[in-house]
Design a protein around this ligand. Structure first.
Ligand code: ATP
Length: 241
């Protein structure tokens, strides 16, 4: 028998007031793998990530390493090794690059870990551009640099699973390529990735496994390479070009 998945979600429901946005979603992320969730605007992708992190109340089952998390809470999820990079990046614009990074390590610092300088150097090997700009205010960074800082900040927590909400959104093609390169590099370092993307082509090329979410339901799932060839995915998400 194999080890339980790092993350398993089953029958997840989330409502905003009387409106249910997620109608019983199932999803599994094995340790060290890249899993993507694609789907149109408003399908519930962000909602799913927020519920997994405990940022929204949900019904259903979230299991980490085979252990059910009765009601996920953000601090517990971070302590268990999950970290979210939100779509809006949510950096502290009036603080420097360096201080934003240090904040990412806060939960580890509080647990008594004092290796933040080494963690920061590790982030700088992935993002040399952040090193050059370590004293710059985050609010003055370019869009690509902001995404790199958001990723770097999440990595300061030494996550086992990174939840990425549309990391390529609004970025120039060259930066998008860089971001996907980093995602592959993180996988090579053993970090699992749950990747929500509008850029279905790049996501399916990068991921091991994929889910298609439409109006709050998983309508299709399978190995990413197979989904990339599925006529329904090609028609709705890959189109021409
Ligand atoms: P996008 O790609 O546009 O970010 P998404 O797939 O991430 O879309 P969600 O943002 O999760 O979709 O939204 C799912 C549904 O829930 C949408 O109908 C949205 O309008 C609704 N919704 C999201 N946040 C809220 C909120 N705070 N209050 C009420 N409804 C919300």
């Amino acid at each position: 028998t194999s080890a339980p998945a790092l993350l398993a979600v089953s029958d997840l429901h989330v409502s905003y007031g009387k409106v249910e946005a997620l109608h019983g979603a199932d999803l599994v992320v094995p340790a060290g793998s890249i899993v993507t969730v694609i789907g149109p605007n408003g399908a519930g992708k962000t909602t799913m990530l927020s519920a997994i992190m405990g940022l929204l109340p949900s019904r259903g089952t979230v299991t980490i390493d085979g252990v059910v998390q009765p009601q996920p809470e953000i601090e517990k999820m971070v302590a268990l090794g999950l970290n979210l990079v939100p779509e809006k990046r949510e950096l502290f614009g009036e603080m420097t690059v360096e201080d934003n990074l240090l904040l990412g390590a806060f939960s580890r610092y509080r647990r008594g870990e004092r290796d933040q300088a080494a963690s920061m150097e590790e982030v700088f090997t992935l993002f040399p551009r952040l090193k050059d700009r370590r004293k710059q205010l985050a609010g003055t960074l370019s869009g690509g640099e902001r995404q790199m800082l958001a990723l770097g900040r999440a990595l300061m927590a030494k996550p086992r699973l990174l939840l990425l909400d549309e990391p390529s959104l609004g970025l120039a093609p060259k930066i998008v390529k860089e971001i996907f390169h980093i995602i592959n590099e993180l996988k090579a370092r053993g970090v699992a990735i749950l990747l929500v993307e509008q850029n279905a082509r790049a996501a399916l090329q990068t991921a091991d496994y994929a889910y298609v979410l439409e109006t709050g339901k998983v309508v299709l799932s399978g190995p990413a390479r197979e989904l990339a060839d599925d006529p329904r995915v090609v028609e709705s998400y890959l189109g021409l070009g």
